[in-house]
Design a protein around this ligand. Structure first.
Ligand code: B1M
Length: 210
């Protein structure tokens, strides 16, 4: 517990080396990778987010915290991804146009891969064409979109509307997520489901593939 508190402080201070070391120690202690993620890194990032909102932290500090978190995630990724599970389906995922937040999206991609989904990660700042062309050309089952800004989340509807115009809406399961969204929003824009976190994204995707 002391180490986890130290990790929250280190994440706040953007100390990547310390975070990486602590993740290694928790693994040695037998922690499950997903618990390390949710009970230290994600919680720590929430504190960073609160102080960012309140004007105590600024972009450079938050960026360093994000880089420290990514360092920890890189260590956990092979552990979350190696399951040898049979392939469940194929998903294209990305953060929508105008939005460069990618930590949550990366986490969802990792967990989905770990659950046996094949993932095509488009990265950040994606126009509708990127999702749609990839889904068509790569034969995806699922389109996953992430948005962290109230100003970018409406773009998800643009993508869904474009699919509708092309007569292709029913060819794909559309899943959306990101901190400012909620179920109501997901329903309103015509997504198949809103996913509150990465674990729920996996469960939701699986339920649609059955
Ligand atoms: Co930004 N930022 N940021 N930021 N940032 C937020 C989102 C904000 C809430 C902070 C705040 O004010 N409290 C605020 C948005 C306010 C609003 O829209 N109302 C904000 C702002 C304002 C901004 C800028 C505009 C700041 C500025 O420049 N003045 C700017 C925007 C740039 C842009 O995108 N155009 C900006 C920039 C940045 C950094 C670059 C510094 C950095 C991003 C680094 C990176 O991602 N590589 C950053 C960060 C780190 C944050 C906070 C602190 C943390 C986000 C995060 O990584 N969380 C964030 C505060 C917060 O969210 N509390 C904030 C951890 C992550 C694991 O959670 O992303 O929610 P999350 O993902 C979860 C679920 O949401 C879900 O599963 C994940 C795992 O459980 N999920 C999905 C997410 N995507 C999914 C997709 C799915 C399914 C589930 O598809 C199927």
């Amino acid at each position: 517990a002391e180490l986890v508190e130290q990790m929250m402080d280190d994440l706040y201070d953007g100390l990547k080396d310390e975070i990486e070391e602590a993740v290694g120690i928790l693994l040695e202690r037998g922690w499950v990778p997903y618990d390390i993620l949710t009970k230290s890194l994600v919680l720590g990032m929430q504190i960073v987010g609160d102080d960012f909102r309140d004007g105590i932290l600024f972009v450079p500090e938050v960026l360093r915290a994000a880089q420290a978190m990514k360092g920890g995630m890189a260590i956990l990724k092979p552990l979350l991804v190696e399951t040898g599970a049979p392939k469940m389906g194929k998903m294209v995922i990305g953060t929508v146009k105008g939005d460069i937040h990618d930590i949550g999206k990366n986490l969802v991609a990792m967990m989905m891969e770990g659950a046996g989904f094949e993932i095509i990660d488009l990265g950040i700042n994606n126009p509708a064409e990127d999702y749609i062309n990839t889904a068509i050309n790569e034969g995806c089952d699922i389109i996953g979109m992430s948005a962290l800004l109230t100003t970018t989340m409406p773009y998800m509807k643009v993508v869904i509307d474009q699919l509708k115009e092309m007569g292709k809406r029913d060819d794909y399961i559309v899943l959306v997520g990101g901190a400012p969204l909620n179920e109501e929003f997901g329903t309103a824009i015509g997504a198949d489901a809103y996913c509150d976190d990465a674990a729920i994204a996996v469960e939701t995707a699986k339920s649609f593939m059955l």
